[in-house]
Design a protein around this ligand. Structure first.
Ligand code: HEM
Length: 494
């Protein structure tokens, strides 16, 4: 099958010159090298951070070319808002997302808009993300968080620092596996990452690297990587098949897997096929943990660097949770300031840092850039979230008060897009936000977070973003004596 060979360009890849007749109006980096393109100063390991650098220099719309593939990037808020208009634009499955097709096929994330399995799976699975469903997942999310705090208690007692991204990945993988599929990967009982995580990181990294290699040379340059990728995909498939098989002898109480296996479409009566279920399970196991783990890790980094913010968030947790160490669903939803910390972390480092949009018919972007039907652009969320016209001259500064209700109301629509946009926006948004707010609340409640003064934030890229080498020192907070009056939270803005 063409999609599984490294020689093939992602299906449907359309270089910008095919769809943008006035491409010359869009700036590109200086020193473009004939045939090769804009590769000077570019690093295959950090395409997003390279694009951020180019974006700062070239402005709200720019293009980059590598080995004959030219891409238009957009990060200016006005242009990004246009691209969010669902009547003119739709999701484009291209680049890294298309490169994941061999592993995730027509699963929800990687499905082309016209594939019937998208609507079918969306309709069958959407109730699995309702408020009632979230309330049902809450006790399991809490139980997994307690596994994490057990582990961190032991590390702290032994005087060790903690590996933030590694442990957040264990936590989010266990959470989606248990809530969605009744499966226990036993991550906290392992000293190393579960092989599922290694295989997943392998396929994500491979999908990212494929973009940076000239297509004709891919079979040669990527031969070893391609073999490893085949092995990683086979491992992911085997794991998922085992998860599905074990369900045949047990019940999942209406979890995502139950829905996939047993629910017929309410109107058409159609069901997902076994092959599609395999694709969906892989999709959810990956999409359901990798980005949330990064979001939590960045938030913990910022909390450790901003003790004033951590103190204010902690005071809110104490106030809202009172004496209970096992908060209920509503007590998590009420942590407004903690949620702002999370939003502000996702603003600066949206862990899915870009999404692609294509024109439904011929149109003109920003009144000056004609686009033919199917022409597409990559919205660079990580720069949209730093557009000084929207976020001010101090856009690079971490400040959760940007998300107080008044400030949010004052901002134009479509300026904060960590979960994508439109019909193909993230189905797991509420799941991720509830899980991450719960975890941050539990950690703030239990520990003081101490940053290593020598650590400088480095961001590693594998389609998603993750802080690299982040370790924190913990101090256990004294248990709260019942008699201590709870300090009121400082101004929360709503
Ligand atoms: C902080 C955490 C998360 C972030 C930042 C995030 C981000 C995104 C983004 C940007 C998209 C749209 C991609 C595009 O337009 O190409 C997306 C789609 C998706 N996400 Fe998430 N996500 C997160 C958590 C989750 C969770 C927890 C789940 C599942 C439990 C999930 C499942 C999905 C799925 C299935 C899609 C495809 C939806 C569709 O096209 O119908 N995500 N996510």
């Amino acid at each position: 099958m063409a999609e599984t060979t490294v020689a093939a360009l992602p299906k449907g890849f359309r270089s910008a010159e095919l769809g943008w007749p006035e491409l010359h109006r869009i700036p590109h980096p200086p020193r473009r090298v004939p045939l090769i393109g804009d590769v000077l100063g570019a690093n295959v390991r950090s395409p997003v951070q390279d694009s951020m650098r180019f974006g700062r220099r070239l402005g709200p719309i720019f293009r980059r070319k590598a080995f004959g593939k030219e891409i238009v990037f957009v990060w200016g808020a006005d242009l990004a808002a246009e691209l969010a208009d669902e009547s003119r634009f739709a999701k484009h499955v291209g680049l890294g997302v298309a490169n994941l097709r061999p592993v995730a096929g027509d699963g929800l994330f990687t499905a082309y808009n016209h594939e019937p399995n998208w609507q079918l799976a969306h309709d069958v699975l959407a109730p699995g993300f309702s408020r009632e469903a979230m309330e049902g997942y809450h006790p399991m999310m809490l139980a997994v968080t307690e596994r994490l705090t057990d582990r961190w208690d032991r590390e702290q007692a032994a005087g060790h620092s903690v590996d933030v991204a590694g442990d957040m990945t264990k936590l989010t993988l266990e959470t989606i596996a248990r809530t969605g599929f009744g499966h226990d990967f036993g991550s906290f009982e392992r000293s190393r990452p579960h092989p599922f995580v290694n295989a997943m990181v392998g396929t994500l990294t491979y999908a990212q690297r494929l973009n940076a290699v000239p297509a004709p040379l891919a079979p040669l340059l990527m031969r070893g990587a391609s073999r490893r990728n085949e092995a990683d995909m086979a491992y992911l498939n085997r794991t998922v098949d085992a998860v599905v098989r074990s369900r045949q002898s047990s019940s999942g109480d209406g979890d995502l897997l139950d829905r996939m296996l047993e629910t017929a479409h309410p109107e058409t009566g159609e069901r997902l096929t076994p092959e599609n279920i395999r694709r969906q399970v892989i999709t959810f196991l990956i999409a359901g943990h990798e980005t949330t783990s990064g979001a939590l890790s960045f938030a913990l980094h910022y909390l450790s660097r901003h003790p004033d913010v951590a103190e204010r968030a902690r005071a809110e947790v104490d106030r809202v949770w009172g004496d209970t160490d096992r908060p209920g669903y509503d007590q998590v939803a009420k942590l407004r300031y903690v949620r702002r910390v999370l939003d502000e972390s996702l603003r600066l480092w949206p862990t899915a840092p870009a999404f692609a949009r294509e024109a439904r018919q011929d149109t003109v972007l920003g009144g000056v850039h004609p686009m033919r039907q199917s022409a597409w652009a990559l919205v660079l969320t990580v720069m949209l979230h730093r557009d000084p016209d929207v976020w001010g001259a101090d856009a690079e500064k971490f400040d959760p008060d940007r998300f107080d209700a008044k400030a949010v109301r004052a901002r134009p629509a479509h300026t904060f897009k960590p979960f994508g946009t439109g019909a193909r926006a993230c189905i797991g948004r509420q799941f991720a936000l509830h899980e991450a707010t719960l975890v941050l609340g539990m950690l703030l409640r239990r520990y003081e977070l101490r940053a290593d003064p020598d650590y400088r934030l480095r961001v590693t890229e594998r389609l998603t973003l993750m802080p690299e080498g982040l370790r924190l020192h913990l101090e256990r907070r004294a248990p709260r004596p019942d008699s201590v009056p709870v300090r009121p939270v400082a101004r929360t803005g709503d």
